[in-house]
Design a protein around this ligand. Structure first.
Ligand SMILES: N[C@@H](CCC(=O)N[C@@H](CS)C(=O)NCC(=O)O)C(=O)O
Length: 233
């Protein structure tokens, strides 16, 4: 069994998609990020960066294995099931390149864009403009990669699963895919997959959708080192 620490956000969907695609048995632990579940001592032992998603795999010989960071989780699961990742050394190298691209570029830029679009105090748009530019720069990277390919690595893989969620929500982020036709087609192909639809629907009623903002929730926004030092339990 896999214990899946999840909240219905793009970063959570990445792992939900992979679990659904693999048909692995899993148990979802819904995290209340706005109430600080991510800072609890038990969770920090699994996910030391105090972020969701994380998994604990007890379907292994010996002690259960915990994994944090979505890229590491997808890589771990792809190795476990022997699917959704090329097996040859160069194919694995390409997989890592695109996983690192997502977690080091597309993801953080999209996350900041989401912050300035949906949660930051109103009144200045420097942050929004900066991260919209960065978000769309990453869409352009993906657009170039998808020329002549249906999926990032050729066949559908964990590279697509990790990059898809932040593209899925381009519109609520204030962007559009009008200038990125390959990305729009790719998004459409992935969105149709039954496993992807099930993942996106997981605890859908718990999505934030503007309820918790920088003005009313300093646990989730405006974090400092103190949030971790306190080790709330
Ligand atoms: N690089 C991380 C990012 C994870 C992340 O930012 N998760 C957010 C939710 S989308 C989170 O846990 N936020 C809670 C917080 O910031 O306190 C990954 O890809 O797993």
């Amino acid at each position: 069994m896999i214990d899946f620490y999840f909240a219905p956000t793009p970063n959570g969907w990445k792992v939900a998609i992979m679990l659904e695609e693999c048909g692995l048995p899993y148990r979802t632990h819904l995290m209340k990020l706005s109430q600080g579940d991510q800072f609890k001592a038990d969770y920090l032992a699994i996910s030391p960066n105090a972020k969701m998603p994380a998994i604990v795999d007890s379907d292994v010989p010996g002690e259960a294995v915990s994994v944090f960071e979505s890229g590491a989780i997808l890589f771990y699961l792809a190795e476990k099931v022997g699917r959704f990742m090329p097996t040859d050394p160069l194919g694995r190298k390409e997989t890592l390149e695109w996983l690192f691209w997502q977690v080091g570029n597309q993801g953080p830029m999209a996350g900041q864009l989401s912050h300035f679009k949906n949660y930051a105090p109103e009144g200045e748009d420097y942050g929004f403009k900066r991260y919209l530019g960065e978000y769309e720069r990453n869409l352009a990277v993906l657009e170039r990669r998808l020329e002549g390919r249906d999926y990032i690595l050729g066949d559908y893989s964990i590279a697509d699963m990790i990059a898809f969620p932040w593209v899925l929500i381009a519109k609520p982020l204030g962007s559009t895919l009008n200038d990125f036709p390959q990305v729009a087609d790719w998004r459409g192909r992935i969105k149709e997959r039954p496993a992807v639809r099930r993942a996106i629907d997981l605890h859908k009623d718990q999505q934030n959708r503007g309820k918790h903002t920088a003005q009313n929730n300093s646990l989730l926004f405006n974090q400092t080192a103190d949030h971790l030092k306190a080790g709330k339990s």
